[in-house]
Unconditional design. Sequence first.
Length: 274
Amino acid sequence: MLGWGLADFFAKKTVDEIGDFKTLLWAQMIGLVFLSFLYVVFGSGFSYTMNNIIVFAIIGFLGTSAYLLFYRALRKGELSVISPIQASWVIITVILSVLFLKESLSRMQISAIIVTVIGIMLVSFKYKDLAKLNLKKFLPGVPEDIVSMTFWGVNFVIIGFLVSQFNWFVPIFFLRLFTVLFLFGSTGAKKERITFHTKKVIPWLILIGLFDVMAFVGFGLGVNSEYVSIVSPVAASFPLVTVILARVFLKEKLDLNQIIGFVGILIGLVILSL
């Protein structure tokens, strides 16, 4: 949660300077460098079959597609519409985890997950921005966002399963490796340059890559010892961190719905920790 919240905060600043695709590609590459050091300790003892590689490629493809579709949705649509939809990936993850990973939740845990998810959606947008939209501005970007959200929801379930088959690190490493490979393939297809001319974003890119890796490592460690359906709502609460940072450093004001969402997330997380 903390890692993705911090990464998202610095990404907002970097995207304004060099664009969304370059921010994504460079942050993913930097993250892969960090993970490569860990691979020597946590990943080198395994032998991988072709079936393993295919599954790793699938999660890399889903992750890459989810990223690209989300950024396309942001370019076409309004943040106040796109963000709550994107935050809904956790609903898909929880449902699929219960159905396919046979995870069993108590009524209290189900209630806590529902409260947390509602809180995440509320804190992800400003109601006053949503109220100003007309239908023509509401629809652009929504189809891409729904597909992106679905891909993330499915992907985290697969990652949870792979963690149970290998360890907490291996799926995270190969997700990042194949994401970088697919992103490079995308640059070739679109003939897009990946260089940038401002050096001030380099520290931001390093921080984005580091915090994003921390978040995925935290998710992997979490599902290694706890249900995917429990860890996912906690991990998905990262908008809470982003909103707090924006309030403290960018002096952004919180709408009432965000305050309610803030409280809902805290209540849900406390109950889930019991």
